[in-house]
Structure formats: C-alpha cells, structure tokens
Design a protein around this ligand. Structure first.
Ligand code: 3HC
Length: 311
C-alpha cells in the first residue's frame, strides 16, 4: 500500500540513492520537481535572448562562433530539462503554454538588458558562474533524470563561465574606454547575479522541504556566499572592482560581509516589472508562433511514418 511505498521512498532518500521515473513518489515531491525543473528549463530558453542579441554584432569571427555555440548550448540545456520534467508527467506543450502565457517563472536574471559587448563577458563570468555554483550540487539531486542532466550541463557551463571571464580579461587589458565598459557591465550584473540564488533562507518557502528530499543540498544563502568567495580572487586577477563597498572578509565568521541586497528590486522583477520582462515574453511568444509549421510538419511526418510501419 501507500505506506509501504512511502517507506521505500524515504529509505532511498535516506541512503542517498536515486528516485527514478517509474518509482512511487509523494505527489508533493513530483510537484516540486516539475516546478523547479520546468522553471530551470524556461530560464535556459529565455536565457538565449540577452546574448542572442549580440550574435550579429560580435567583434570578431572567433567571438561570434563562440557566442553562437554558447547560445546553442542553452537551447540544448532547455530541451534536456524539459525532457527531464516530462518524465514526471507534464507535457512539453503544457510547459510551453505556462511560459508564453506568463504564468511560469524563469530566472530573474534574464530580464536585464545587454547594452554593450562587455555584457557578454559579465553574463558569462557572473551569470554562468552563479549557475555553476548553484548547479554543481544539483548533480547529486535525488531525482535521477535531473541529476544526470546536470552533469553535462555543468560541464558546458564551465566553458561558458571561462569564455565570459576571458572576454572581460581582454577588455581589461585594452584601452581606457574598454576597461570602463567592462567595469560598467560588472556593476550592472553583480547584484542581479547574487539574486539568482533566490530569496534569503528565512524567506525561502521551498528550501527546507527540498533539502529534506535532497533535491537541494545547500541553502540559497550558503551558495550565494560561496559564489562571492569564488569571485573575489577572480576580480583581482582581472582588475575589476566588485560594486559593494562593504565587501570584506570576516575572519571570525570565515565568510564575506556584504551590503544588504535590494530585495525590492528582486520582487519587482519577479512580478514582471523588470527592465526586459515584457520584451522577453513577447519574443518567446513570437518564436513559438513562428515555429508552429515546424511542429505541424514534424507531427505529420511522424504520423505518416507510423502509418507506413503499420503497412
Ligand atoms: N528568479 C526567479 N524566481 C526565483 C528566483 C530567481 N532568481 N529565486 C527564487 N525564485 C522563486 C522560486 O522559484 C520560488 O517560486 P515558486 O514557489 O512560485 O515556484 C520562490 O521564488 C521562492 O524561492 P525558494 O527559494 O523557496 O525556491 P527554490 O527552493 O525553488 O529555490 C532556486 C530557488 C535556488 C532558483 C532553485 O529553484 C534552483 O536551484 N533551481 C535550479 C537552477 C535554476 O533554475 N537556474 C536558472 C538560472 S541559471 C541558467 O539558466 C543557466 C544559464 O546558462 C542560462
């Protein structure tokens, strides 16, 4: 009965083993995974836009090729994640409807604009850096298809992070105007990147249960703190300044002290009032509608193949 199934599930979690699609799982576990994995997939898909914006204007052929590869990786991550969510019983169509109707959440970070080439550097360094910090522990998530998807995704994210670091490094070795452009981009993306980790622990409704289920392994604040610790030495190498005058190592706490985060901004962006929310959804909707004929053709092709197979 259900009690036995629940016990088997609890034991798998307790022993750090994996839950697979055909295993029994509590409804709330299924629901929270669908929520997190679909939001994560949507973030990758919407995340193609701020950088896609620069593909036609990349400063060299080499930069263009790298940027195209990165944006394609993001498409791949999105599809991987949608497939992982589908193993839990939600359809691709339903997820897409949730996204284009504006009902689904996706990461706040992709609602910021990319006015200069240096934003490509800052996104790679800060946004993909934050993504790695958050996602490496997710490789051990208790749900098998999600954890396994994360392994490949994290490898590609490290390439993304390095290409961003390298863009900024090169700009910082350039002219005064290039250094200023790099620093301005870091100033724009630093705080929004810290917000990617989610609300502070005492305001994070899902954390406790997700940690008990071993979906999340660390809290939002723990990962945010780890991220800042990773950035400080890298900023020094590049010669950029992290835009927080109160950022300081605290020997006693063995952690960085920092200025409070402007959570009002975070909530505004989540409510749809960030700098580019409207534009991101509009573009996504247009792309979905423009792609209707591809979906129809693919479905028709599949139907004909099946008909032929039946003889
Ligand atoms: N942007 C938008 N929504 C956010 C958010 C953010 N930065 N941080 C938290 N939220 C939402 C949560 O989704 C949750 O909403 P819901 O309950 O309505 O679904 C609510 O705020 C409360 O937050 P919690 O801390 O309780 O939620 P979680 O326990 O789910 O933790 C999380 C939030 C840490 C983002 C977690 O969901 C997670 O680790 N997700 C997987 C990683 C991910 O989605 N990354 C996306 C950005 S990185 C990326 O896409 C890669 C790049 O290369 C394109």
């Amino acid at each position: 009965g259900d009690e036995e199934a629940q016990q088997a599930f609890d034991e798998l979690i307790e022993r750090d083993q994996r839950i697979e699609p055909r295993d029994w799982m509590p409804d709330a576990y299924r629901k929270t995974l669908i929520r997190q994995i679909s939001q994560h997939g949507h973030s990758e898909i919407i995340g193609m836009q701020p950088e896609g914006n620069w593909i036609t204007r990349a400063p060299s052929l080499k930069r263009k090729a790298i940027l195209m590869a990165k944006v394609q990786d993001e498409a791949g991550h999105g599809l991987y994640l949608y497939s992982a969510a589908q193993t839990l019983g939600i359809s691709r169509e339903e997820m897409m409807q949730q996204l284009i109707s504006g009902k689904a959440k996706y990461s706040s970070i992709f609602n910021y604009t990319t006015p200069t080439w240096a934003d490509m550097g800052a996104i790679g360094w800060l946004v993909d850096g934050a993504a790695i910090c958050n996602q490496v522990p997710l490789c051990r998530a208790s749900y098998g298809p999600y954890g396994r998807a994360m392994v490949r995704i994290c490898k590609e994210e490290s390439f993304h992070q390095r290409q961003g670091f390298e863009i900024l490094l090169e700009l910082m070795a350039g002219t005064e105007a290039q250094r200023e452009m790099a620093q301005a981009a870091v100033n724009r993306w630093y705080w929004p990147a810290l917000m990617m980790f989610g609300p502070p622990d005492d305001e994070s409704p899902n954390s406790a249960q997700s940690m008990a289920w071993k979906i999340k392994r660390f809290s939002n604040d723990e990962l945010r703190q780890r991220f800042v610790g990773m950035l400080v030495p890298q900023a020094e190498v590049m010669g950029v300044t992290l835009p927080d005058p109160n950022l300081k190592w605290n020997e006693e706490r063995q952690a960085y002290d920092m200025s409070p985060i402007d959570w009002t901004e975070f909530h505004e962006v989540l409510a749809g009032r960030g700098p580019a929310n409207h534009e991101r959804l509009r573009r996504r909707r247009e792309a979905h509608e423009a792609g209707a004929w591809v979906r129809e053709a693919a479905a028709e092709y599949a139907r004909k193949q099946a008909e032929r197979a039946e003889g």
